[in-house]
Design a protein. Structure first.
Length: 267
């Protein structure tokens, strides 16, 4: 028996809603572990529906649950999917020697980050050979809003103009980043400065103990596809001019790995 057109469309719509709900839950769990009740609230879902969705995700290995606490975590299967993205990424492996050299030159934490919707996410990082306690935060791959930290500000500055304007019109201050720019005029000015100088430097970056410098990484067409950042501890005696040159040099070398030859794409 064939389904009527209306029935088929309703079934497809229901399936898409279920998929969207599951993806939302996975994105929230990527930020931090949560219980089923919190996930239901965050996704505006009835508890029974959230429970069924989580049961499916657990059964297929995308999520696992700590029975003692009731908290849900990202599962191994989701990690495997994410790892496959990095394994094919042109910067993840080939860029590591360049990142190591940059880190050694300024004893800093070096990251490559990409824009994912309204957040910046580190896809590769290199720690200084002598660990610096104040830099340990940077070893996480959690998403940060684009207006927080040098790495995100670069990605926001060189994003398409309509995206940048929409972001500034709608973003709200969050708890991360005590020194995030929280007014539209100030953010517009900071982004224009980044586009003019080609670099962003922040004091008290994602934490009050750090300072960072980031520059854009371009692809063969001249489009900014990532940011390269160098993070140092505040007051550790690093030369800001040297750090700036290292960050710019790293971004240029990474861009050349992607085939960039000096072309700059319009925003």
């Amino acid at each position: 028996m064939f389904e009527s057109g209306d029935t088929a469309r309703a079934s497809t719509s229901s399936s898409m809603q279920s998929m969207h709900r599951a993806m939302q839950m996975l994105e929230y769990l990527a930020e931090k572990p949560m219980r089923a009740t919190e996930l239901a609230e965050r996704t505006s879902t009835k508890w029974a529906t959230a429970h069924r969705t989580l049961a499916y995700l657990r059964e297929h290995g995308f999520v696992h649950r700590d029975e003692a606490t009731g908290l849900h975590y990202v599962g191994r299967r989701l990690f495997a999917l994410g790892s496959s993205y990095l394994s094919e990424h042109p910067l993840f492996h080939t860029g590591e020697p360049l990142m190591r050299n940059a880190s050694d030159r300024v004893a800093g934490f070096v990251q490559i980050a990409e824009r994912d919707a309204y957040a910046s996410i580190a896809i590769a990082s290199v720690e200084p050979r002598n660990p610096v306690p104040s830099l340990s935060y940077a070893n996480t791959y959690r998403p940060y809003p684009l207006h927080i930290g040098a790495r995100g500000l670069v990605l926001l500055a060189f994003a398409p103009a309509e995206f940048t304007d929409a972001y500034i019109d709608h973003y709200t201050s969050v708890e991360d980043g005590e020194n995030a720019i929280v007014d539209a005029a100030g953010l517009h000015a900071a982004l224009e400065g980044a586009r003019t100088s080609g670099v962003v430097t922040t004091d008290q970056d994602m934490t009050t103990a750090t300072t960072a410098t980031a520059a854009p990484v371009r692809n063969v067409e001249g489009v900014v596809v990532a940011s390269a950042s160098v993070v140092n501890g505040r007051g550790d005696g690093h030369d800001p001019v040297v750090v700036r040159d290292v960050a710019l040099g790293l971004a240029t070398s990474l861009s050349q790995l992607l085939g960039w030859r000096g072309k700059v794409a319009p925003r």
